[in-house]
Design a protein around this ligand. Structure first.
Ligand code: ATP
Length: 243
């Protein structure tokens, strides 16, 4: 049992959850390593939502609500950390939810879909096809889901798939704590924030956008500015680290 007053409570709870989900076959062992990279960057940005990340989260809400067909693509780590948050975002945004995995087995797909469903999400089902131009199994997508989407939200993505989705003409929103990753630099919009902070912030913004705000946010979207702001935040913190 992790004591609530432990200074690293949130991080320890997340690790415990990921380890349990790895034992249950929901999270791939490689996903634990990916989480470690995320944690390191979270430490550097101060384990909080920065001003520029909050702007990115509001812009993500605007894009989700303006899309013709938005799909939230969920992998093992995202499901383990944020199943309830994904379900809540689906409710306010109307987006579809589809499971997509790099380390894909039917068993993992079913377990992740069940976890999401248990938390109130409606998960798309159907027969996947090799729709996204990739040589690995992340190509497999539902024609009526990611295949048809004009906007895909892909938390904790890898750079290849992000680039392939962009090459198909889709807008891509990612959540990635590493502002230097290929994904962060390839996405239409990158939210440099921890996934359990980012998804509820997008959902909250969906319910509070003012009239006209969505259009303004979409028109002024500048992903290079957002990435630079995250890098500046890290540099600033490092500059004062030992004071
Ligand atoms: P790329 O191919 O884009 O250069 P990568 O090889 O680092 O990235 P992965 O190994 O798939 O990609 O890692 C996923 C990314 O998700 C990492 O950049 C990591 O920083 C980020 N990440 C991991 N856990 C979280 C989390 N809980 N919240 C937000 N981002 C996270």
């Amino acid at each position: 049992m992790i004591p609530k007053d432990h200074p690293r409570y949130r991080s320890l709870v997340a690790r415990e959850r990921l380890a349990r989900c790895a034992r249950e076959g929901i999270v791939a062992l490689e996903g634990l390593a990916a989480h470690g990279r995320g944690e390191a960057f979270d430490y550097l940005i101060g384990e909080k939502t920065t001003k520029s990340a909050a702007l990115a989260e509001r812009t993500a809400a605007a894009m989700l609500l303006s899309a013709r067909h938005a799909v939230i693509s969920v992998n093992g780590n995202t499901a383990a950390l944020a199943a309830a948050e994904i379900a809540a975002l689906q409710r306010v945004s109307g987006a579809d939810v589809e499971v997509n995995l790099f380390h894909r087995t039917e068993d993992r797909i079913e377990k992740i879909a069940a976890l999401l469903t248990d938390h109130g999400a409606r998960v798309l089902t159907g027969t996947p096809e090799r729709i996204v131009p990739l040589s690995h199994d992340r190509a497999l997508s539902l024609p009526e889901g990611i295949g048809d989407a004009d906007l895909v939200l892909v938390p904790l993505e890898d750079g290849d798939r992000c680039a392939a989705l962009r090459a198909m003409g889709k807008a891509v929103i990612t959540v990635d704590l590493n502002p230097l990753s290929r994904t962060a630099r390839t996405a239409t919009l990158t939210i440099v924030d921890e996934v359990t902070r980012a998804i509820p912030a997008i959902a909250a913004a969906c319910s509070t956008l003012e009239p006209g705000e969505a259009d303004r946010l979409i028109t002024s979207l500048d992903n290079t500015y957002l990435l630079q702001a995250a890098i500046d935040e890290i540099r600033e913190r490092l500059g004062h680290a030992l004071e």
